[in-house]
Write a protein that binds this ligand. Sequence first.
Ligand SMILES: Cc1cc2nc3c(=O)[nH]c(=O)nc-3n(C[C@H](O)[C@H](O)[C@H](O)COP(=O)(O)OP(=O)(O)OC[C@H]3O[C@@H](n4cnc5c(N)ncnc54)[C@H](O)[C@@H]3O)c2cc1C
Length: 385
Amino acid sequence: MSPTYDVIVIGLGGMGSAAAHHLSARGARVLGLEKFGPVHDRGSSHGGSRITRQSYFEDPAYVPLLLRAYELYEDLERATGREIATLCGGVMIGRPGTRAVSGSLRSAREWDLPHEMLDAAEVRRRFPTLTPAADEVGLYEAKAGLLRPENTVAAHLQLATGQGADLHFDEPMTGWEPYRDGVRVHTAKGTYTAGRLVICPGAWAPRLLADIGVDCVIERQVMYWFQPDGGIEPFRPERHPVYIWEDAAGVQVYGFPALDGPEGGAKVAFFRKGATPTSPETIDRTVHDDEVRAMAEQVSGLLPDLPGHFLKAATCMYTTTPDEHFVIAPHPAHPDSVTVACGFSGHGFKFVPVVGEILADLALTGATAHPIGLFDPARFAAGTV
Ligand SMILES: Cc1cc2nc3c(=O)[nH]c(=O)nc-3n(C[C@H](O)[C@H](O)[C@H](O)COP(=O)(O)OP(=O)(O)OC[C@H]3O[C@@H](n4cnc5c(N)ncnc54)[C@H](O)[C@@H]3O)c2cc1C
């Protein structure tokens, strides 16, 4: 008996929804299983905005994937008519030696990406909301900006459904095993067979992918929305870029222009500092007053008008690998039938559509032309990290 599906995708958050789209677009019979409802706020793909940028300080190896992700995001907007990307420009600010500045410059130079180096006075002149110190500089990238995560996930789910994918919500996978040439997947509602399995578990990776040899830490991260002093007009995307600001101690803060919405505030967050290890079951989703105070104090060093009036905060989870690089690969123990994508370490959203494309390549052909060597989980087994 042949399996019911060509591919089963576990997790329909950022990565899994993109995989379901790319797989079904290529004619595969797809079943998607998601623990919660469509476009939920219990994982890592919510909160209204995500930064995208190309001069990637984390590693130049990400740049070709970003260039492809930009194309695919455009396709996604065109195919669904949803508002997803606002390329309002972005500035990476810090002293010249900070990772945010020197790493971005390295990628920009290696890949010949359009960028401008601005001194502090020029940053202040161009973006009056930002007040860097005299010894800080900014790498400005006109193509940086923001993505709307909820609209992205909804768009991928919409396309996948239109292409015939079966998407089951509120139906978590409870287990799976190899079966004939493929896999068998269990849920409380039934058992399904498929030739291939793609697992995109987000913060559930330590549980669902405990056997791939990657020590992912789940971090509680908080997003804060403020109503600036003096109103939001200077903070609109036409005048205010996305920014990442690294202080002398290496603490990174990032933020967004004010977007339309019920509160009309501007979002800001710490990139990594203040991360509390947690799990999806035990995360404290309450944001405490001392956290709001610490955020307001830190960000007022660069944007003195931003923390005028605190509006709201929300928690989110990073799934962080020891080297903060992703894991995208055939499952080490089941390379012919299972593909895994996890450990996006707080910087995965801008790659969502290209990860979907890579997962479709790996699941359907066993290989991809995209450069994913950096994401091989064998790097941990080899003790190189
Ligand atoms: C506060 C915050 C800010 C961020 N900012 C940026 C940014 O500016 N730029 C950027 O590029 N990235 C950013 N990121 C990172 C980015 O959002 C994540 O890397 C990305 O959303 C991860 O997608 P995912 O598909 O791995 O996880 P998710 O979207 O969480 O999807 C995983 C899915 O698996 C489901 N699932 C789990 N277990 C099961 C099961 N047993 N059966 C079925 N389904 C299951 C979950 O319910 C969930 O829907 C940020 C993240 C956070 C938290």
